[in-house]
Design a protein around this ligand. Sequence first.
Ligand code: ZN
Ligand code: ZN
Length: 158
Amino acid sequence: MMEITLTCTECGSGISIAPTLDAKSCECKICGKEHNIYFTPEHFDGVLKDCPCCQRQDFYKQKDFNRKLGVTLFVTAALLSVWIFMSPYAPYAVAPFLVLYVFDFILFRKLKPIGICYKCNTIFRNVTNIQDIHDFNHEMNDRIVYSDHDFKGEHLDH
Ligand SMILES: [Zn+2]
Ligand SMILES: [Zn+2]
């Protein structure tokens, strides 16, 4: 089942929803704002063609990387490295970063790609047609976000 996390236009919190037939709107649990959503039969098969929030068809994919976790790990490695540097094991001060590097490499390869709507930043997990979705394109993003251009699902190629 596709998992959808939309970003509240009012307060920026994430709202998790799953496609259900009768869902026409969902409420932000933080600020109470109602968001209209439109599911198509494709959403029930995990196929991402239309955004249920803004009805656009332009998405990009990226790894489902948890930035907070990444920062926490990096800070931990840095502190550990300083601590080792002050100890008699100073030559091994880079060890935590090596561990972090290997860990990051393994973790990164395991992460599943997610689809994201350029227009409204809604996140889609468990997308069955993820291979049809392209990587982030800066020009597309700028034109969608700043000049409200609608690519209608066509990927910009140069
Ligand atoms: Zn909200
Ligand atoms: Zn959208």
